[in-house]
Design a protein around this ligand. Structure first.
Ligand SMILES: Nc1ncnc2c1ncn2[C@@H]1O[C@H](COP(=O)(O)OP(=O)(O)OP(=O)(O)O)[C@@H](O)[C@H]1O
Ligand SMILES: [Mg+2]
Length: 365
């Protein structure tokens, strides 16, 4: 899969720009603040209808405008055009100029594996951030997952507000609570199974990739869930036992909305042990494992974005990373300094050199 062309209108610092990308390597070169990440952010947004940097779309719209448009030609078996119009608090998505009403029918069509320094949150941050990031990754891989997740979240909200209502009642019956609980468990089990399978697949490649980059051995991503090893009947009992404490706090204290995903290196939590650079390599090994499973299971070659890879990773490891990448992969690399990239990697690439008011395109043979 490749993005052949990207048109940006009023997106961040781009008023009206057209990029014709190489189907192989694209290097986006320029000083700090010139808009390198903005380009890959637009590609990511076109695939996932959200940014990896901000939760509020208002930041994406050029500050002299009221809307922005991202449009891309994506080549898979055939070429389709994808478009998103972003307005304040509203976005519309189109495939070949037909509006797609449900975002969940749109997401997962363009497959992007995106590395950017924000991904370190997958190691460093709290379980809720880990979940958020892993949810995005699995949603791209499997759009059934996203559908299950949005229904689960809706039921969870209903259940929590019902729990709050019950809190004020002296005598209550649990009939409706039982109905909501059973529904929550049904969708929870689906999500649990999809997460478990995804993490198992990632682990088939994760440590091998890590070893090839760092020569270190013993990396694993652990899936921690309170649903583990419990049958549906056992789960129902568990929730019934927790009815009172759930009612007292007005929220659901058990379920896959509390899951976590933790990287371990040689049985120690990676964030407590590995260096900054090594943690970046963990994320790279994870992203490469995602590419592996896309290719092996979905038979799709996703688009790879490497934003700001070069800080904190030494050049020897970067070369190893590039050696691991399939030749047919379309890659976007952002960097402030071309001398970070060795000649072999530069070969067959298209360089977009960002300047203050213009973009120079250089084909590197
Ligand atoms: N909504 C917006 N409207 C206009 N310009 C914006 C908007 N949002 C961000 N920018 C501009 O985009 C710039 C940041 O771009 P970006 O993050 O892509 O830089 P970069 O080239 O990746 O830099 P670095 O090398 O530091 O990572 C900011 O300096 C800002 O001027
Ligand atoms: Mg940047």
């Amino acid at each position: 899969m490749q993005i052949l062309q990207l048109k940006l209108v009023n997106f961040r610092n781009y008023k009206q720009n057209l990029f014709n990308f190489s189907s192989k390597k694209n290097i986006i070169l320029g000083n700090n603040g010139l808009g390198k990440t903005n380009i890959v952010e637009a590609i990511y947004y076109l695939a996932l209808t959200k940014s990896f940097r901000v939760n509020n779309d208002i930041f994406l719209i050029n500050n002299e405008s009221k809307y922005s448009i991202i449009e891309g030609k994506i080549k898979d078996t055939i070429t389709n055009s994808y478009k998103i119009i972003i307005e304040n608090k509203n976005k519309r998505v189109f495939i070949n100029n037909n509006q797609i009403k449900k975002l969940s029918d749109y997401i997962s069509k363009i497959n992007i594996i995106n590395f950017n320094p924000e991904d370190l949150k997958l190691i460093k941050d709290s379980p809720s951030i880990h979940r958020q990031l892993i949810n995005i990754e699995i949603s791209q891989f499997d759009n059934i997952y996203l559908k299950n997740l949005s229904i689960y979240n809706k039921i969870l909200k209903q259940r929590n507000s019902h729990l709050k209502n019950l809190c004020f009642k002296k005598n209550y019956n649990t009939e409706y609570l039982y109905i909501l609980t059973e529904k929550l468990i049904n969708y929870g089990i689906n999500i649990y199974n999809l997460r478990k399978l995804y993490i198992e697949n990632i682990n088939k490649y994760l440590n091998t990739n890590f070893k090839k980059i760092t020569k270190k051995d013993g990396l694993i991503l652990k899936y921690i869930s309170n649903y583990e090893n419990l049958t549906k009947d056992e789960l129902i009992k568990k929730y019934i036992n927790l009815y009172q404490s759930d009612i007292n706090c007005g929220k659901t204290n058990f379920g896959i909305h509390l899951d976590d995903f933790i990287f371990y290196y040689q049985n120690v939590i990676a964030k407590n042990y590995l260096s900054e650079g090594e943690q970046k390599n963990v994320i790279i090994a994870f992203k490469l494992a995602e590419i592996n499973i896309f290719i092996d299971i979905k038979k799709i070659i996703p688009i790879l974005i490497l934003d700001d890879l070069f800080s904190e990773i030494d050049s020897g490891k970067i070369n190893k990373i590039f050696k691991l990448l399939k030749k047919s992969l379309q890659i976007f690399i952002t960097t402030t300094d071309i001398s970070n990239i060795d000649d072999k990697t530069l070969q067959n690439s298209k360089i977009f050199k960002l300047k203050n008011n213009s973009i120079e395109e250089i084909i590197y043979e």
